[in-house]
Design a protein around this ligand. Structure first.
Ligand SMILES: Nc1ncnc2c1ncn2[C@@H]1O[C@H](COP(=O)(O)OP(=O)(O)OP(=O)(O)O)[C@@H](O)[C@H]1O
Length: 270
């Protein structure tokens, strides 16, 4: 278990094992957007999430990583309001922010063209102008009248991003949105999402299986572990490729440790 490592520009914070601990990243910004306290979710007898304590600051880009079945998507769905917690609470600063979610499946409507997908259910006077601006931002200004079936996977995800941005969200939740893309398109989409999030000062939570993607894109990486054991890497310089490699390696080792411990726990239970 890594407690605290400082290399040139990377620092790793210790894991909280205390059930009531609230994580505080080293690059803390001043305004808290959301706080989870002892958050838990159960499906029948299945515990999907337990005692999660977490603060996310406005403008942060946070990655959630961890073993399969560790509760990442559940946490994202609770934050999105798509599910209700079984225990604990989730507080948003002031009022509930506008939240949009992007999934691996682009969820575009196949019978609508790109422009109509982006403007779907939007009725403001300037909706076409805003949609056109967003399509330019995501590099699809020439594709407004194409249908989803006529687009590549990366182009569809760019439409999905433009559609999410139409709502002017304060919080963008990304549930493995780039998982189905090839490496080059994926890298380009990472850069685009980062650029958009920075420009719009969006708070973003990304669920990903790709630790390098997490390290390249985020200010903080949270490794979801059994119950309250959340390991956090924060304060590293993601513009430095060497640092990204070190962070990704550390995070992967944390996930592998967790997998070993889980195996030991289940062997002991048998
Ligand atoms: N609707 C549901 N009904 C029953 N169990 C569920 C449901 N959704 C999730 N679970 C269980 O809760 C646990 C956490 O699932 P979750 O999808 O949040 O994990 P994850 O970390 O996102 O996994 P992955 O990386 O494989 O997508 C798993 O054991 C899963 O089987």
């Amino acid at each position: 278990m890594i407690d605290s490592i400082d290399s040139k520009s990377a620092s790793f914070e210790s894991t909280h094992k205390n059930e009531t601990a609230v994580m505080t990243p080293s690059n803390l910004e001043s305004i808290t957007l959301l706080t989870a306290r002892n958050l838990g979710k159960r499906y029948g007898h299945q515990i999907a999430l337990q005692n999660v304590n977490l603060e996310i600051q406005r403008g942060q880009f946070v990655a959630l990583v961890g073993m399969s079945g560790g509760g990442k998507s559940t946490l994202l769905r609770l934050i999105a309001g798509l599910e209700t917690p079984t225990t604990g609470e989730l507080d948003f600063n002031v009022e509930r922010p506008i939240i949009r979610v992007m999934f691996q499946n682009d969820r575009l409507l196949p019978w609508l063209d790109v422009m109509a997908n982006v403007t779907f259910r939007r009725h403001q006077a300037d909706v076409q102008t805003r949609a056109a601006k967003l399509l330019t931002l995501v590099g699809l200004s020439d594709f407004a009248s194409r249908y989803p079936a006529e687009l590549s996977g990366g182009q569809k995800q760019r439409v999905a991003l433009a559609r999410a941005l139409m709502a002017e969200p304060q919080l963008l939740l990304l549930d493995e949105p780039l998982g189905a893309l090839d490496a080059l398109t994926r890298r380009k989409m990472q850069d685009l999402i980062l650029q958009v999030c920075r420009e719009q000062n969006l708070t973003t939570i990304l669920v990903t299986h790709d630790v390098e993607e997490a390290a390249r894109m985020s200010d903080r990486i949270i490794v979801m572990k059994q119950q309250t054991n959340l390991y956090e890497a924060a304060g590293f310089d993601r513009r430095d490729p060497a640092t990204v490699g070190i962070v990704a390696d550390r995070v992967l080792r944390e996930i592998m440790d967790e997998a070993d411990q889980k195996q030991t726990r289940s062997t002991n239970e048998d």
